[in-house]
Design a protein around this ligand. Structure first.
Ligand SMILES: *Cc1c(COP(=O)(O)O)cnc(C)c1O
Length: 377
């Protein structure tokens, strides 16, 4: 048996909608299917304003532009993070201050934030890792106390909640991704959510290359002009068409992923109870979306040996982020602080295969291989 880490799936009318896009005669962005996708997110999650982008990275870069950073402004973000989460703000000249993860989850540790706040701090950026909510009450109260902008990197967090409130609705802005490895996909694709309505007007300009082209096509103005900085952030209608085909079946996708997640959890519980591996911790406030199932080994050597053992059996399991404060690009810019939890997730975490079409017997095969590894230990 060969089990890949990820397999992009088709779940509904994706191909028909792409054909329909061609028939409608508009392939560029902000057409019929973009509007369908926008309406879906606004009605299902109550987001005040959304912008479909070519990637989650682009949504983060739009958020960074909307911050209007001045030289020397600082951003606080977790070190156990995707490169785009940091890059978006570094590209605008921000100074990055990396914070640690919680000990029980890879999410930003609220306790590690306040000591990093200075007069120059402008924003906190967090990631809901694996679609498991961060400790939002604690983080929101710090952001409010210090008048900081809060940006949710919700790339992995579609349809997940914090105390039954949708992730992506809690910060001033949020970014989602529809990369083929996420729950709901369009190949590449993303969404910027604007919850702070004072930012909506500028967001629309930035989305359309810094022009008021969108207002022009709504017939609100007679010509469109260069109004602000911007770039080509809007997604093609082809992307939107595929995405809409998936969004229509989001409940089926989420149920399936949660089933797979639970199959793993039930089968591996015993190894967790015996202390061989760590299993995901889901805080009471989090309703997750089955995006990632990970296990934690005791150290790097054991982690690499287990990855090898699985690979020999045709199973593609993989590690995840490398702590950004230790990256070749950043390590000389980082102050001396140790971030032990970020390093532990870097060294010990394994993501197990997870995709829509996965079967229970594939999960059996994978978990048996893991049991076999720990019997040999
Ligand atoms: C996937 C991901 C992104 C980037 O999304 P793309 O659509 O691939 O650009 C950003 N942040 C996190 C946490 C992600 O998982």
């Amino acid at each position: 048996m060969k089990i890949p880490f990820n397999k992009p799936a088709m779940v509904g009318n994706e191909l028909e909608y792409i054909q329909d896009t061609v028939n409608r005669g508009q392939l560029s962005g902000n057409g019929f299917y973009t509007k369908q996708c926008h309406a879906f997110f606004e009605s299902r999650y109550g987001f005040p304003s959304v912008f479909l982008t070519t990637s989650g990275t682009d949504a983060l870069e739009m958020a960074a532009l909307l911050l209007d950073l001045n030289p020397g402004d600082e951003i606080i973000l977790p070190s156990f993070a995707f490169v785009s989460t940091a890059n978006a703000f570094a590209l605008r000249g921000a100074q990055l201050r990396f914070a640690d993860s919680e000990s029980r989850t890879p999410n930003l540790d609220a306790h590690s934030i306040e000591s990093l706040i200075t007069e120059k701090t402008r924003a906190i950026v967090l990631i809901h890792y694996g679609g498991v909510a961060c400790d939002m009450d604690a983080i929101l109260s710090i952001a409010r106390k210090h008048s900081l902008v809060l940006i949710e990197d919700a790339a992995q967090a579609i349809d997940a909640c914090y105390q039954n409130k949708p992730l992506g609705s809690l910060g001033h802005m949020a970014a989602f991704s529809f990369h083929e490895t996420k729950n709901v996909i369009s190949g590449e694709g993303g969404l910027l959510v604007i919850n702070d309505v004072s930012l909506v007007e500028r967001a629309e300009l930035i989305w359309e290359k810094g022009t008021n082209r969108a207002a022009f096509f709504r017939g609100e103005i007679g010509k469109y002009e260069w109004m602000d900085l911007g770039s080509s952030f809007l997604a093609s209608e082809l992307t939107a068409a595929y995405l809409y085909g998936q969004l229509e079946h989001i409940d089926r996708i989420q149920n399936k992923r949660l089933n797979i997640w639970n199959w793993y959890q039930e089968r591996l519980q015993h190894l967790g109870d015996k202390g061989h591996i760590g299993l995901p911790f889901i805080p009471d406030y989090a309703q997750h979306n089955g995006h990632i199932f990970y296990i934690l080994c005791s150290d790097l050597t054991e982690r690499n040996a287990l990855l090898c053992h699985l690979r020999e059996r045709g199973i593609r399991a993989i590690f995840h982020y490398l702590s950004l404060h230790k990256s070749p690009y950043f390590k000389l810019k980082h102050d001396e602080r140790e971030l032990p939890n970020a390093d532990r997730f870097m060294d010990c975490l394994i993501r197990l295969p997870m995709y829509y079409e996965m079967t229970e017997s594939e999960v059996d095969f994978i978990t048996k291989a893991i049991f076999e590894f720990y019997r040999k230990q």
